[in-house]
Structures are given as C-alpha cells and as structure tokens.
Design a protein around this ligand. Structure first.
Ligand code: NDP
Length: 331
C-alpha cells in the first residue's frame, strides 16, 4: 500500500482568499483520532460549496481538508467500537468545518462520530444520500412526529431540485404523501415528477411576500430555503400543520408574523443534522434503507473526482447542481 494519498486541502492566502488544491499527504499529516478510515466516497453539500469557494465562514481551522461526509472502511482503530475492515459512515459533528473531513483517500477521525454503514447500503449509495439526504430523512421524521400523515393533505418541498429537496421528494412520495415541489428551475420539473412530485410550483410564485395568512394549501413542508419563501409557506400551511426548516439557500432571515402560529396552530420545527444524537442518526439511516427507493438514488446522484470539486463547488453555490454530487476520492 502506498505511503502517500490524495487529499483536497484548503488554505488561505494573505488577502484571505481560499485556495483549494489536491495534495499528496501521508498518515503523519492527518489529525489525531482513534480510527483511521480508507475513504471510498464523500459527497458535496451546500456547506462544502461554501467552504471550498470561501463564500461562507465555514472553515474554522487552516489548513483544512473539507468534506462534511465520508464513507469507507476502517484501516486501524484503537476504539473498542470499531475494528479494521468495518464499514462506516460519518456526517456532521463539524467535520469538514473545524475537523478534517472526507475529501481525502484516508482520514483519521473520532470513533464517536461514526455510525456503522447500515445493512442494505454500500458506501457509494450512502454518499449519494450524505448529509443532505440524511437531513431530508430527519425532516420527514419531524413531520411524522408532528402528526403530518399522508391523509392530511399535500406536503411541500422547497429547493426541491437540490440535494436535501430531491431526497425529501423521493422519500415522501415513497411513504405515500402527495408531494408538491418548489423549484426556481422549470427545466427540473420532469426530474422532480420522476422522483414522485405530483405538483410543480414555481419559486417565483412562492417568493411573493405573503399576507399574514393566505389560503391553506399545505399539510406540511420541508423547507431548505428560508426567508420570504418560508414566510409564504407558513402563511399557506393549513390548520395544525408543521413546517420542518433545515436550510437557508434563499437567506437566513424570516419575515413572518405570529399569525400562522396563533391562529392556525401551525408549528415550525428546526432540523439540525450536525449535532444530531447517535441513536436518532442510527434510526434515520435505517429508515433511509427502507424508505428511499434505490432507483431514485440512481436518478439523484452523479459522480465527481477530487480535482473536479472546485468547479462543482461554484455550481452548488450558484444553485446549478441538480440532486447530489457523490465524490469518488479514488478517481
Ligand atoms: P443544494 O444547493 O443542493 O440545494 C439548494 C436548492 O435551493 C437549490 O438547488 C435551489 O433549488 C434552491 N435555491 C438556491 N438558491 C435559492 C434562492 N436564492 N432562493 C430560493 N431557492 C434557492 O443544497 P443542499 O440541498 O445541500 O442544502 C440545502 C440547504 O439546507 C442549505 O441551505 C444547507 O445549508 C441546508 N442544510 C442544512 C442542514 C442542517 O443540518 N440543518 C443539513 C444539510 C443542508 P431549485 O433550483 O430547485 O429552486
């Protein structure tokens, strides 16, 4: 086995500009941790796009190997929980932000961040899901817990052709929900209908500032966008409905009123994947095996190499990536 391996490394120049370059590293370059993983695949999330392009303050230590997700095989472990040969998945825990992440053929990590690769998934499929798909599942679980069942009415997914949105559309439709998909890209309508969306709603329509309350259209929603669009979703959510909010692709503000909450009993529940406790992670990964059709993942995922990441990062920040980018670190 070669002593060196490839990693994408981020550094900052004197002007504070982020530089991304593929470098050869050795095990001695890797951070401390109790498990060394041979990475098979990582993935590209919106947050990774912000880190690589330097367009968001994501990176908290320099230099950094980014990549908030990884899936691979344990090479060495001093943890009692993992032994060489175990297949593992890692998402979140500030990996790829504060700690070195998945854009590397090897990475040393903390065992408490890992979950065993669920039976029924391989590492490529796990990374087609990645943080984005895992978050979609957490959003769906949140809606279920709030009593949003398929008989209650249509569930809306915003930013639908992005990573979180695409997987949410596919899961909800497999579970029997009637799904409406909001997208700013009319050309993605056929793709979204293939994933199971029954209705296509234009982003332009949903981005109109709402009145305090609008006509009741949605039993629930998965929102990846925030801002005015989320305000409209809340104003259009039916009595007793729930909106699971996980993203800010359209902005971090929320220009709403209390009316949907106090007159329609609407709830707005936040969803975080980064610090999600391990038992809920294991539950969500298990659900992803059962509730996300494998043909949908084939539609959603496409593969990029480490070298292609800077270009793909620009695209995800410009809202031009459809579905999920799987990163083959060994290509
Ligand atoms: P993607 O870039 O893959 O998807 C985002 C989608 O949002 C785009 O594809 C686009 O969909 C839509 N969009 C982009 N810009 C705008 C805009 N200005 N106004 C309205 N819609 C817009 O990102 P991800 O799916 O990976 O992540 C989505 C969001 O969720 C991000 O904000 C991300 O940070 C957040 N997130 C949060 C997590 C958590 O733990 N809370 C975990 C993972 C992601 P379309 O073209 O179809 O309209």
């Amino acid at each position: 086995m070669s002593d060196t391996f490839k990693s994408l490394v981020l550094t900052q120049d004197d002007a504070g500009k982020t530089i991304a370059e593929v470098r050869q590293l050795t095990n001695d370059d890797l951070p401390e941790g109790d498990v060394l993983v041979a990475v098979d695949y990582s993935s590209l999330n919106y947050k990774d796009g912000l880190a690589i392009t330097g367009k968001g303050k994501i990176v908290r230590t320099w230099p950094l190997v980014p990549g908030i997700d990884l899936a691979g095989t344990v090479m060495e472990s001093t943890s009692p929980d993992y032994t060489a040969g175990d297949q593992v998945v890692l998402t979140g825990w500030s990996v790829g932000e504060k700690y070195w992440g998945g854009y590397s053929q090897r990475q040393r990590v903390r065992s408490k961040w890992l979950v065993p690769l669920p039976e029924g998934l391989d590492s490529q499929r796990a990374m087609a899901i990645g943080t984005a798909g895992f978050t979609s599942m957490l959003c769906v679980m949140t809606l279920e817990e709030a009593g949003v069942t398929p008989d209650k009415g249509t569930v809306l997914v915003t930013g639908a052709s992005g990573g979180v949105g695409s997987v949410a559309v596919a899961i909800l439709s497999k579970l029997g929900y009637t799904v409406a998909a909001v997208s700013g890209r009319p050309e993605t309508e056929a793709y979204l209908r293939q994933l199971g969306a029954a209705e296509f709603v234009s982003r332009e329509e949903m981005n109109q500032p709402p009145r305090a309350l609008e006509g009741q259209r949605w039993a629930g929603a998965v929102d990846t966008v925030g801002s005015t669009l989320l305000a409209r979703v809340l104003a259009e959510t039916q009595y007793g409905g729930c909106v699971a909010a996980c993203g800010l692709a359209g902005g971090a503000d929320l220009p709403t009123t209390v009316m949907p909450f106090i007159l329609r009993n609407v709830s707005l529940r936040g969803v975080d994947s980064v610090m999600c406790p391990v038992p809920r992670r294991i539950e969500a990964w298990g659900r992803l095996v059962d509730d996300l059709p494998s043909d949908a993942l084939g539609e959603i995922g496409h593969i990029a190499s480490l070298e292609e990441l800077p270009e793909q990062a620009d695209k995800i920040i410009a809202g031009q990536v459809r579905g999920r980018v799987i990163v083959d670190v060994n290509r």
